[in-house]
Ligand binder design. Structure first.
Ligand code: NAD
Length: 260
């Protein structure tokens, strides 16, 4: 389905991004993977994608807080692979604290990685997509692009912003064969969620089990974590020709969370 197409997936050394990169590669796309981690582990994933799916996979260490590195990553896709046809803005971090204790540097970092990075990547990728009259931009937003939770000021703000950015760029590119959408998962069991459990325990004075059941899954009517595979298959669908009329949309995949 994506044979001959090239995809850049930010924050794809782990969790949802890695799942999406693998799903796009499985469908035939060459991929640029990006994110932090141990060199050997990243190389194992990169080489594994090439071997398993018979595509090219390259690694970009671009730091999503650095606009010049983001632009260079898109350029690398265009020069090394030939184009950036699919852009998945997925890199994201979380920090949980009450507003009056929220560290200023965490606010700045979350806005940079979870929101501004998508702006810089779209800004760099859209000219090539327009020239080729085809493009797919998908951003991993969150249920927190639609509703709020306490103690997540920066994350909720960034994700609401990402949903707005998605709609704006969708309107600007609508006649150019480009679609721009976001996916808004509820709680997906990934390192990002596992990592926030101690912070939630501290902020809410709760045990680990209480945080899992009474805080995280309390919001999710299905009482089950969303899986990485479910998010990745929705992303793949959004790259398909069948989805060419879907643009500016925000897809909830949250076990009913935002229906409440
Ligand atoms: P994760 O921690 O497993 O992965 C995050 C990825 O982003 C990693 O590859 C990491 O190296 C990368 N990253 C972090 N900072 C970076 C930087 N400065 N530059 C480049 N890469 C950087 O997290 P995840 O749960 O897979 O989250 C992926 C996305 O999904 C995030 O945007 C997150 O907000 C969103 N999301 C996650 C959930 C969930 O429940 N896990 C729910 C809704 C939305």
């Amino acid at each position: 389905m994506l044979k001959g197409k090239n995809a850049v997936v930010t924050g794809s050394t782990s969790g949802i991004g890695l799942g999406i990169a693998r799903e796009l590669a499985k469908a035939g796309a060459n991929v640029v993977i990006n994110g932090f981690g141990e060199t050997a582990a990243i190389e194992k994933e990169r080489a594994g994608i090439e071997r398993e799916f018979g595509v090219k996979a390259i690694y970009s260490p671009a730091d999503m807080t650095k606009p010049a590195e983001i632009a260079a990553m898109i350029k690398t896709a265009e020069t090394t692979l030939g184009s950036c046809d699919v852009l998945v803005n997925n890199a994201g971090i979380q920090y949980v604290a009450p507003i009056e204790e929220f560290p200023i540097e965490k606010w700045d970092q979350i806005i940079a990685i979870n929101l501004s990075a998508a702006f810089h990547a779209m800004r760099a990728a859209v000219p090539g997509m327009k020239a080729r009259k085809w493009g797919r931009i998908i951003s991993t937003a969150s249920a927190h692009s639609l509703v709020a939770s306490p103690f997540k000021a920066a994350y909720v703000t960034a994700k609401h912003g990402l949903a707005g950015l998605t709609k704006t760029v969708a309107l600007e590119t609508a006649t150019h064969g480009i679609t721009v959408n976001c996916i808004s998962p509820g709680y997906v069991w990934t390192p990002l969620v596992a990592k926030q459990i101690p912070e939630q325990m501290k902020a809410r004075h709760m045990t680990e089990e209480q945080v899992k059941n009474d805080v995280l899954l309390a919001a999710q009517p299905t009482k089950e974590f969303v899986t990485v595979e479910q998010v990745a298959s929705l992303a793949l669908y959004l790259t398909s020709d069948a989805a060419s009329s879907i643009t500016g949309a925000n897809f909830s995949i949250d076990g009913g969370w935002t229906a409440a």
